[in-house]
Each structure stands twice: as C-alpha cells, then as structure tokens.
Design a protein around this ligand. Structure first.
Ligand SMILES: C[S@@+](CC[C@H](N)C(=O)[O-])C[C@H]1O[C@@H](n2cnc3c(N)ncnc32)[C@H](O)[C@@H]1O
Length: 391
C-alpha cells in the first residue's frame, strides 16, 4: 500500500465490500459461530486451519530457534549421511540425550526431521534442502541478527538502524562506506550474498534467453556469483562487473577460480557518485534496488538507461512485494520478512513489480514487462528496453 495514499482522517464505511467484510468479521468473532463451524463438516476445515495459522504466528519464534539449533548442530548434513538414534546424535553433538530429544521431537513436528526404523531420526521433507544447500543454513544463522534487533518490535520500528543488522551492511547507511569500512565487512556480506544467490541464479537463467546479447554489465555484482554462472551458461558473453572497489576484489577471485578471467572487465565505482561504464547491451541489477531509497533507485535506473546503447536491455531481479489483496493465503507472508529485514538493514524497501516498472518507465525504459518465473519467492524478474529511435 502506498504510504502517500493513506488518509489521516476518519473514513465513513460506504462500499458494499466494506459492509460485507464487517459482517464476516462479526461472524468470525462470534463464539457460537465458532462452535457451529467446528460441528459442521463443510466449515470445520476452515476454522481448524485458521486456528492453526494463529498458533503458527504465535509460535514462529520457537520454530525459528528450533531450526537455528539444528543448523548449529549441523544435524541436517549429519542425518543426510545416514539416519541416527538419539544416543548416537547425542554422542556426536555432545548434548545430553534428554535435552536433545526435545529438539529432535520439535524438528520432527515441523517436518525438518522424521522417524526412521529402529528408533532412528532421518531428514524430513523440509530438512533435505537444508542438508544440500548451504546458503539456507547461512541465512538462518544470519537471521539471528535480525531477530536480535527485533526483540522489542515497537522500539525497533522507532529506531531500526541502531542494531546489528545496520552494522552488518555498511553501504546501506554510509555513502562513503567503501573508503571508511574495513574490508572484512565487505567480505562478510558478500560471502552471505554469494551463498544465498544459488536460487536467484536458477530463476534468472531458467527464465530469460541471453543469446541475443553480446556484453552484460552486472551492477552491484557482489562476489560475481551470478555473473560467473551466467558466463558459464552463455559462453559467447563478455562480462563487466560494477560494484564498490573492495567487493570487486572478491569478484575477481571468483572469476579467476572458474577460469573466466579473460572474459571479465572489472569496473569499480560507487553508483551514488559515479557514472556507469558503457559498452554493455544488457544490464543486470540483481537484489540491489531493494537496498536503497526511491531517490537512489530512480537515479540508478537513469544511469543504467544512460549507459545502455539504443535497443539495450535492463533485467532487474529481486524479491518483490505481493499485492495487498492476496490475503494471508497468498505469498504475502514472505512480505513481512522482507519489510522488516530491509528496514533493519537501511533505507531500502520492498517494492511491488508495478512500483518498480513505474520507476523503470520514468527512467525512460520502454516495453517494460514482468518475466514469469517458477519460484517468485526467490526473486521476480522485470525487463525494460531503451528506445531504438533517435531522440
Ligand atoms: C544485496 S547485495 C547483492 C549482490 C548480488 N547482486 C547478489 O544478488 O548476490 C548488493 C550489492 O550492491 C553493492 N552496492 C551497494 N551500494 C553500492 C554503491 N553505492 N555502488 C556500487 N555498488 C553498491 C554492494 O556492495 C553489494 O555487492
């Protein structure tokens, strides 16, 4: 919802939709109706599902801590090798069996682990991805910083940039971060981004056809994980990377280790102050816009437009907000995470595809469209083209 459109005054309820929703609200609130719906085979599942959802919201913190406990004990990798009994896990983790049992039973109830024969524990359906994708475990560990900052949610809303997350992301607060912050800080966030990028890379490479392009400029490239996998995927492409100087040093090492250094052109700079390099016919902007306030994103889109040749393309990919009307059954639950994550980090925000497309059009892009992809929870993808006609 656009903040500018929120009214400060008291609004009279006028539409039939409002009246219908108020009527439904009264029905939901009635204890008699609750009992009736539980007794009715057609409505029972709705009421049970709602109750379960409320319980899940209330217990979410415990669920996250169970997950973090399993990650810290390396349980998922351990049980991926072979199922183990409580005593065997206790021996390996050095945790007393009685206490460990609580963690294991909780993990079973959450679908992270499951029972196997001979009283052993194995991986549950939700534990398998954690065993094979180290990036998920890295994000679970990292989220701990966010949850620490959010311990008092209202104090957090009043003072979001005082916590550990703000300290973790130096550029999100300091336009001179590249000169002032220690290299270790850039390595730390770049490692996290590289490890969590696996799923985003799959979404982009599986949704867009790169054959028509010749040279790609990845802006905010991080350690170069996306760009190096793109280089392996589309072998005809030459690659330019733009990021803060301390980060591009890390990207250089990535390209060297994959034998791709001959196809790489490193362009260190700060998009707040510097123009972007020319020469690429495709610019990619992956998980960058949501870190920055509107004015910075608009200026960056303008710089990308200026750097592209006529007919050049911008591909923007990042997690995006879902429309307000999708309700609790849609994907909106992921919005809550990103709204708070981006607030704790800095001045960026989660935007809807429509908002970003509007900003791209304002920067001069034509034919702006959303590219459908399989798993929008990781990233949604937008495309825009620079006009081919002479100004
Ligand atoms: C969230 S990370 C995303 C990295 C990578 N694209 C990915 O998806 O993993 C944002 C990247 O933008 C870079 N960045 C942030 N502000 C920048 C600026 N003012 N100029 C250049 N790069 C910047 C950061 O250094 C970081 O590598």
């Amino acid at each position: 919802m656009d903040i500018a459109s929120l009214s400060h005054g008291l609004i009279e309820v006028t539409t039939w939709q409002d009246r219908l929703l108020q009527w439904l609200e009264r029905i939901y609130a009635s204890p008699k109706m609750y009992q009736w719906s539980l007794g009715n085979p057609f409505t029972r599942w709705i009421t049970k599902r709602r109750t379960q959802k409320i319980f899940d919201l209330m217990s979410g913190f415990v669920y996250s801590q169970v997950l973090l406990g399993c990650v810290r004990l390396d349980l998922f990798k351990m049980l991926h090798q072979r199922p183990l009994s409580l005593q065997q896990i206790s021996l390996q983790t050095q945790l007393p069996a009685e206490a460990l049992q609580r963690l294991l039973l909780s993990a079973v109830s959450l679908g992270l682990l499951e029972y196997r024969s001979h009283q052993r524990f194995g991986l549950g359906a939700l534990g398998v991805p954690l065993a094979v994708h180290s990036g998920i475990g890295a994000m679970v560990e990292h989220n701990h910083l966010l949850y620490r900052d959010m311990e008092d949610p209202l104090a957090f809303l009043n003072n979001a940039w005082r916590g550990s997350m703000a300290e973790y992301w130096p550029y999100a607060h300091d336009a001179q971060a590249a000169e002032r912050a220690a290299q270790e800080k850039f390595s730390r966030y770049s490692d996290l981004m590289a490890s969590s990028q696996e799923f985003v890379v799959q979404e982009i490479l599986g949704s867009y056809y790169f054959e028509e392009h010749r040279c790609v400029l990845d802006v905010g490239a991080g350690k170069g994980r996306f760009a190096s996998e793109l280089a392996l995927h589309a072998k005809h492409l030459s690659i330019k990377l733009f990021d803060l100087p301390p980060v591009l040093e890390l990207a250089k090492a990535t390209f060297q280790s994959k034998g791709l250094i001959d196809r790489l052109d490193l362009c260190p700079g700060n998009f707040l102050h510097d123009p972007l390099p020319q020469g690429a016919d495709l610019v990619t902007l992956v998980r960058v816009a949501h870190d920055h306030p509107d004015a910075v994103v608009q200026q960056l889109l303008q710089k990308i437009h200026d750097a592209l040749p006529a007919g050049g393309t911008l591909l923007l990919a990042e997690p995006m907000a879902n429309t307000y009307s999708q309700g609790v059954d849609g994907l909106t639950q992921t919005d809550a995470y990103f709204h708070f994550y981006l607030l704790a980090m800095g001045a960026g925000r989660l935007r809807t595809p429509e908002e970003l497309m509007g900003m791209m059009r304002k920067a001069g892009f034509m034919g702006v469209e959303q590219v459908p992809n399989n798993m929008p929870i990781h990233a949604q993808i937008l495309l825009g083209r620079k006009h081919k006609c002479l100004p």
